[in-house]
Design a protein around this ligand. Structure first.
Ligand code: PXL
Length: 305
């Protein structure tokens, strides 16, 4: 009997830290990649203890445990895109660099997460020079926010004065500086910028050392539930690239997905305990995760944050 298989799913390898609250990190990667129709392979680099109010501790895994996972996966799977988030320390960074050097995966997206929004270090500072000089050039695309752009430029000895604020007029100069550090292409995210819209700028080099800039804008969404937006965005871009979309189309699709997951986030929260400050601060000061499966779970489609 012949059995016709469906085509395989676009296969994305996510290398990042575990977030036990499932808002950010590897769990956000896994949800995003599957919600968008891909298959996620998941290699944790670290275990974090965290909830919607912040990260309390970070435990990087032994580097050989990361290396073994990458080796075993690459023996069996043909990966179309790799998404890299939290790496934790220098030993794990070294393992990932060695892995990328012998991999032929066409799309490598690095989300340069250096510190969590609650202030915990997600990459030990002694790993930053190697992260900049050796990992970034192996990425086909990086996805820094405004503080991360400044941290990368400073770590690479190219800090701008005044620092980058995320405005359109600054983007070309910032792009040239990132390219001088070996960056191949970047989505500079506008979530933390001072512009009225949330505008992200894709920058990549074109002929005659010019910079090509594409802008992607949405209105800013007023919601406290933004935990995992960076992880989700980078994973969504990786999945769309794994499907075969062009870079500009993949970013547009990912931006549209991210917007929908933010708009519906209020209606996709777990049961929280009632805390003493609950009555004073709306949401109890919590920063919950996104509505990754907003299309499937019968959320109120008209609900606004
Ligand atoms: O959003 C950055 C990030 C990435 N990876 C892990 C995290 C966080 C932020 O909390 O916990 C594991």
């Amino acid at each position: 009997m012949t059995h016709k298989n469906s085509p395989p799913l676009p296969t994305v390898l996510a290398i990042s830290g575990s977030d036990c609250s499932a808002g950010a990190g590897l769990q956000a990667d896994l949800k995003t990649i599957h919600a968008l129709g891909g298959y996620a392979l998941t290699v944790p680099t670290a275990i974090t203890a965290q909830n919607s109010q912040g990260v309390s501790s970070v435990y990087p895994l032994p580097a050989y445990v990361v290396q073994q996972q990458l080796h075993t996966i690459s023996e069996d799977y043909d990966v179309q895109a790799i998404k890299i988030g939290m790496l934790g320390n220098l030993e794990i960074l070294n393992v990932v660099i060695q892995f990328l050097k012998q991999s032929n995966t066409p799309h490598v997206i690095v989300d340069p997460v250096l510190i969590s929004s609650s202030g915990k270090s997600l990459l030990e500072p002694d790993a930053l020079p190697k992260f900049i000089n050796e990992l970034l050039p192996l990425a086909t695309l990086i996805t820094p926010n405004v503080p991360e752009v400044n941290a990368l430029l400073e770590g690479g000895g190219k800090n701008l004065k005044p620092p980058f604020q995320g405005q359109k007029g600054e983007v070309t100069n910032v792009a040239h500086t990132l390219f001088s550090l070996g960056v191949n292409a970047a989505v500079i995210k506008g979530g933390h910028s001072i512009e009225p819209l949330a505008t992200d700028y894709l920058v990549h080099p074109s002929d005659h050392s010019e910079v090509t800039v594409h802008a992607y804008s949405t209105e800013r969404i007023n919601t406290p539930h933004t935990h995992g937006t960076g992880c989700t965005y980078a994973s969504a871009i990786a999945t769309e690239l794994a499907k075969g979309l062009s870079l500009t189309e993949a970013i547009q699709q990912a931006k549209t997905y991210l917007y929908a997951t933010l708009i519906h986030a209020k209606n996709a929260q777990p049961n929280y305990r009632v805390l003493p400050n609950e009555l004073e601060i709306e949401g109890g000061g919590r920063k919950g995760g996104l509505a990754h499966f907003y299309e499937w779970q019968g959320y109120d489609k008209k609900a606004q944050p």
